[in-house]
Design a protein around this ligand. Sequence first.
Ligand code: ATP
Length: 376
Amino acid sequence: RSATEKDAPTGHLELRDVVKVFSGRGKDVYAVHGVSLDVAPGEFITFLGPSGCGKTTTLRMIAGFENATEGQVILDGQNMVSLPPNRRPMSMVFQSYALFPHLSVRDNVGYGLKLRRVPAEEMREQVDVALTSMNLTSLADRAPNELSGGQQQRVALARAMVVQPKVLLFDEPLSNLDAKLRVRMRLEIRRLQQRMGITSIYVTHDQSEAMTMSDRIVVMNAGRIEQVATPEEIYRRPASTFVADFIGRANFLQATAQNVSAGKCGVQVLGRGIEAACHADVRDGDAVTVVVRPESVHLEPYDAAGKAADAGELVGDMGRVLSAVFYGDHVEYEVETQVGTIVCLESDPDVSAVHAEGDAVRVSFAPSRAWVLPDD
Ligand code: ATP
């Protein structure tokens, strides 16, 4: 390869209006409805969404295991759609690990290099590097059935990376592992991916996996992209009530938008007018939904005079505690208010300050924590 070729950034992946229709007997299933996405070299992108939203089908079209009905999958300027999976410079890590049971760890990892007819000496070196990077050196001669689930998934990862793909594809790779190991493997995968700088597409329906690993999250719903943004933006500025509801938890308050200007609008919530950040599609007079996360809601005792002890700058109204559940690190309340039931998470609760079922409380939140969306 020439020097310029070598220096060119690699792993720039573009999806252009990708559609997948499964034509079965009787009627067509639109699994993916025109998905477009631009993934920067080295970026870690997660597809997140409910079951059946088209995440896996999209991933499989990128890999070439599924033919796109329409659209293009472009890697570093080259359209991949007519190439079979083994001709695409990509590796996939599966939920089921998909290791060869009769091959040792070493031979599993070296398999892709062998297929590519890499000379034995060079192959040994590259496999050693991959084994070391995944902490697998001491297990190199074992068979897959002599390994734990986490170790098997590390072998699958080493096997995927050893061929130096431009894109790594992950199909729910951690869902067969127990909760603690899953958390550790997330960090391991992320660290490795960052060190190697390989563009990665990761499919999961586990939102904390998506939040903790991704540069950007693609939230999908019914074959379409609802939002593409950083984890923080997805959480703080969800583009739709679907996203707000799917990622984390949310209270939805109905209101009417007024005085929309410069990304803010006026809304009447919990008996008071506030100014809150709003979505670009909100117009004056629109019926809107005000999104407030449960951890942004505060409760205070409502005193006899009908005032809260410390109202401060918060918006608030009276409510009655319907339920209070103690989780150790937080208390979760459901509070009945004039505008419906509001969920509140109070973290690090002082036991003496826990409100009881039936208590009258003042429900409040800072206007800066509210986010206004147009009604769907
Ligand atoms: P999950 O989280 O459950 O894996 P997903 O988001 O990955 O879901 P897909 O597996 O991509 O969803 O499926 C998207 C839609 O396409 C679903 O309605 C599914 O039933 C349909 N589908 C997937 N594969 C096929 C197939 N081979 N033939 C017909 N329909 C299919």
